[in-house]
Write a protein that binds this ligand. Structure first.
Ligand SMILES: [Zn+2]
Length: 112
């Protein structure tokens, strides 16, 4: 068994795991186990060439991308300004002229 962390609220040692949370039976505090990993490096977002992307960057789409739930296609070469990086399968949140808000995968763009 791995050792459990002490309760951050009352320092009790009698914590236990409950699903994705830790629970303290003494003060009833619950906190996510993921907090344990808070010290890890932040996720790095990279484009198709391995360049690091940041919020506010402009990128170019390198592949025709169908827009989910519509017949629209984001054409290869489309410039996307002011991207916002998010967590998820599609890790770029952006607005594209003529299409609107949508999400892209960083592997399908190149830093402009
Ligand atoms: Zn506690």
């Amino acid at each position: 068994m791995s050792s459990l962390p002490k309760c951050p609220e009352c320092s009790s040692e009698y914590t236990y795991e409950d699903g994705i949370n830790y629970v303290c039976p003494e003060c009833a505090h619950e906190w996510p186990q993921a907090a344990e990993e808070a010290g890890e490096a932040e996720k790095v977002f990279k484009d198709a060439n391995g360049n690091v992307l940041q919020d506010g960057d402009s990128v170019t789409v390198i592949k025709d991308l169908k827009v989910k739930g519509s017949s629209l296609v984001v054409k290869v070469g489309t410039k996307v300004k002011n991207i916002r990086l998010i967590d998820g399968d599609h890790d770029i949140d952006c607005k594209i002229d003529g299409i609107g808000a949508m999400k892209l995968k960083s592997e399908f763009v190149r830093k402009a």
